[in-house]
Design a protein around this ligand. Sequence first.
Ligand SMILES: *[C@@H]1O[C@H](CO)[C@@H](O)[C@H](O)[C@H]1NC(C)=O
Ligand SMILES: *[C@@H]1O[C@H](CO)[C@@H](O)[C@H](O)[C@H]1NC(C)=O
Ligand SMILES: *[C@@H]1O[C@H](CO)[C@@H](O)[C@H](O)[C@H]1NC(C)=O
Ligand SMILES: *[C@@H]1O[C@H](CO)[C@@H](O)[C@H](O)[C@H]1NC(C)=O
Ligand SMILES: *[C@@H]1O[C@H](CO)[C@@H](O)[C@H](O)[C@H]1NC(C)=O
Length: 468
Amino acid sequence: MCWRVSVFALCSMLVWGSRARGEADDALQRCFCQVTGNLDDCICDVETIDRFNNHKLFPKLQKLVESDYFRYYKVNLKKPCPFWNDTSHCGVRDCAVKPCSSDEVPGFKSPGYKYTEEANHLDEHLYECEKEKRLSAVDESLSEEALKAMLKWNQHDDSADNFCELDDEDSPDAEYVDLLKNPERYTGYKGEDTWRIWNSIYEENCFKPKAVPKPLNPFIPTRGENDGKVFYNWLEGLCVEKRAFYRLISGLHASINVHLSAKYLLKETWMDKIWGHNITEFQKRFDAALTQEEGPKRLKNLYFIYLIELRAISKVLPFFERSSFLLYTGNHSKDIENKQLLLDVLHDANNFPLHFDEHSLFSGDKREADKLKEDLREHFRNISRIMDCVGCFKCRLWGKLQTQGLGTALKILFSEKQIENLTDSSQSSGFHLKRQEIVALFNAFARISTSVNELETFRKLLQNIQDP
Ligand SMILES: *[C@@H]1O[C@H](CO)[C@@H](O)[C@H](O)[C@H]1NC(C)=O
Ligand SMILES: *[C@@H]1O[C@H](CO)[C@@H](O)[C@H](O)[C@H]1NC(C)=O
Ligand SMILES: *[C@@H]1O[C@H](CO)[C@@H](O)[C@H](O)[C@H]1NC(C)=O
Ligand SMILES: *[C@@H]1O[C@H](CO)[C@@H](O)[C@H](O)[C@H]1NC(C)=O
Ligand SMILES: *[C@@H]1O[C@H](CO)[C@@H](O)[C@H](O)[C@H]1NC(C)=O
């Protein structure tokens, strides 16, 4: 019974790797030692996921999300943060205009001043701010043609209720964004701001009581060696649903960090920018020694979210298989081609032999299960609102897309009966996905899939460190 184990154990999953190998100290081992091998008494193992993803699914998904249907995502990036006032200085709307503008720095331009140490520091700060602003900006340009097409696409959509907070699509602030023009990558957005976001998610939205310290919050002085232990004891004591929730969030967080380390701004000249893998950055986030043993757990949670989203994608096949379903973009032959590709991906997902089984979720008393489901939904909605507080626009774009994608995956997993009920001719009664959800679902999964694929590269890079 693979799946039952998987909710409980996916993260303690590959723990057998912690059985120390001789070279447990080297760089590769410190990130990946626990991320290998079998899932207790079941056939699930990380290597199978790696093979399945990297060689089979990943290339097809990449092709799919580059198609016109999937590259344009409608999103409202201008919603105000409902929880706190924006105080960050870089990355936000006014970055470099307000706190970073030179006229607020007295004497900044006066000759001589430039050479003092303080000036150098300010200079550097200004430069960092400018750079971050530039890197985090969202390119909203769309071709005339694309804009016209979007208008037509809308007529092919209808709506239904949702698991997570959807942006009001009719709001004048909601705009189409070309995802290919805005790849998720390093933006310079970091420090206290990002910690605030993730902190409020972990501290206030993951069912965690204040008394249980989350390990590794850099802004809370460490409360001793036992922080991690207390936390993980608490986590193990949780019901499986809440634990799964935590692991999904942690997996999403890990995935985002893998991207930022894989698409790091390595070099910038006036002519071009070079993005690539930064091993130091990766180690900072995932090396057990540098993260109080947290890193490998995060990587395991990445596999956890992979399995959940993969499961959702395999479950939703009947919805997309209906002959009435179109990936409408107006180019009939292209649309048919893309639907074929989509179904191909879905069939692959369906044939994955080691699926997570969502039946272990909400399997208890019906009334309690419904309450729990409502609870999770509430927490999840809140997290999607927190994404409006992300200061850096590009991060906000990808944060919103990936939470919506995950929300859509959960919606699918909890709508199994309605999906099974779909017939080829049924006008999606009972279950429906809007275009925005479909785009988010597949792009979000493509991100997780990319992360899993990137891990292979990081494994190789780390190996090379050891034998120079
Ligand atoms: C944000 O700032 C405004 C005006 O400065 C204030 O009225 C409001 O209460 C603040 N909101 C929060 C959530 O702190
Ligand atoms: C939603 O998130 C905010 C910010 O973290 C938090 O203060 C609030 O308690 C959360 N609300 C719910 C219902 O979880
Ligand atoms: C890699 O990231 C680290 C921070 O983790 C940074 O100090 C270093 O300069 C980066 N390396 C390159 C080549 O950009
Ligand atoms: C439709 O897509 C096909 C590629 O599948 C392309 O060859 C053709 O030019 C497109 N037609 C239009 C009208 O854009
Ligand atoms: C499935 O379809 C049947 C017959 O059309 C209907 O009676 C039933 O309520 C549907 N079940 C769900 C969960 O929608």
